[in-house]
Design a protein around this ligand. Structure first.
Ligand code: UDP
Ligand code: MG
Length: 329
């Protein structure tokens, strides 16, 4: 039977939470009285996650497991789940129960009342350190300034979207997928559902600082080239001040006899401008690197195995990559 709801759950080393997550999700989905499917996406876990998930999928016809060939990352894992989903509404939820499954009936009600996207908006973040909260705040402030798309603050991937939104996002062929941004970008009628973000049920975060920084860079570069414009402005400001300083130096050389004493200011200026140039070059590099990645047109993820689904081969033929090529050529 075709499911009404598809729930996509990315998993990376979540052996401690998966059984509990499965239990709570199933409990909630059953109260909603409509056919559903749970799509576990194992993102190359190195612990017992795959084994536990396979057991769950074998014992419950509503569950399937998509195992990726390696750890591709949170966004690729969600992309895989979205592409495999068949429901009229697609729900994305973290495996660690930070996003409460109990919110789903409320989000579904909003969907039924006519919204195409219901995104979870965090009113409070429990169990997250000062640093994570501060970095999130700075990040959202920055990204909202930097991008022309209206990206709602304090949202994660936790959301429910209509089939047509999911299909529209699936058709966007970019390699670096900042999913919450892509969902905002496609438009449709969107609304927020406010919830309190709970503490992780068990285990530890799979987003160390390094991954968060890469994620922020992806988000910004995917939606804006304002940083490049700022770099140009900064460059122009520095050149102008250097020019004024040059006039001053020439004046000094002609009309005074203190020219050798300028060593310190020259060193300072040199270091400053060199630093600035390197920084701007690095910024250019970030964009060029992404252009390079996009031109390779590699698939966003590779599936190793699918359990609990009979349409694997059919799906595999029209996988993300061939889709992308088809609409670009
Ligand atoms: N995740 C994933 N691949 C990764 C990193 C994370 O599939 O490379 C999944 C993880 O299992 C979880 C979700 O993404 O379901 C969010 O990760 P996490 O809770 O560690 O992030 P945080 O809430 O700390 O930002
Ligand atoms: Mg989490």
């Amino acid at each position: 039977m075709k499911p009404v709801y598809s729930v996509v759950i990315p998993l990376y080393n979540e052996e401690e939470v998966i059984a509990e997550t499965y239990g709570r999700l199933t409990g909630v989905m059953q109260t909603m009285n409509e056919p559903y499917e749970l799509i576990f996406v194992d993102d190359g876990s190195r612990d017992g996650t795959a084994k536990i998930a396979a057991e769950i999928a074998a014992g419950d016809p509503c569950v399937c497991l998509i195992s990726l060939a390696r750890n591709f990352g949170h966004m690729p894992a969600i992309t895989a789940g979205m592409e495999y989903s068949r429901g009229d509404a697609v729900i994305i939820i973290d495996a660690d129960l930070q996003d409460p499954p109990e919110a789903l009936p409320h989000m579904a009600a909003l969907w039924k009342s006519g919204y195409d996207v219901v995104y979870g908006k965090r009113t409070e973040r429990k169990g997250e350190g000062f640093f994570k909260k501060l970095s999130a705040k700075l990040f959202y402030g920055f990204i909202r300034k930097m991008t022309p798309v209206d990206l709602p603050a304090d949202t994660g991937e936790f959301r429910l979207m209509d089939r047509k939104v999911c299909d529209a996002v699936n058709r966007l062929g970019e390699t670096h997928r900042y999913i919450r941004g892509l969902v905002s970008w496609v438009g449709f009628r969107q609304t927020a559902y406010e919830y309190v973000r709970e503490k992780r049920f068990a285990g530890s975060t799979k987003y160390p600082l390094r991954k968060m920084a890469a994620f922020a860079m992806d988000a910004i570069t995917a939606f804006s080239y304002k940083p490049l414009k700022l770099a140009t402005l900064l460059g122009a400001a520095v050149s102008l001040s250097s020019f004024l300083y040059m006039l001053f130096v020439v004046w000094q050389a002609i009309f005074t006899d203190t020219t050798v004493s300028g060593w310190a200011s020259i060193v300072v200026l040199l270091l400053f401008t060199q630093g600035l140039v390197l920084m701007i070059l690095g910024l250019m590099g970030e964009y060029i690197g992404r252009i390079f990645e996009e031109t390779k047109k590699r698939p966003v993820y590779i599936v190793r195995e699918v359990l609990g689904r009979d349409d694997f081969f059919e799906k595999n033929r029209k996988s993300h990559n061939s889709d992308t090529i088809a609409c670009h050529n």
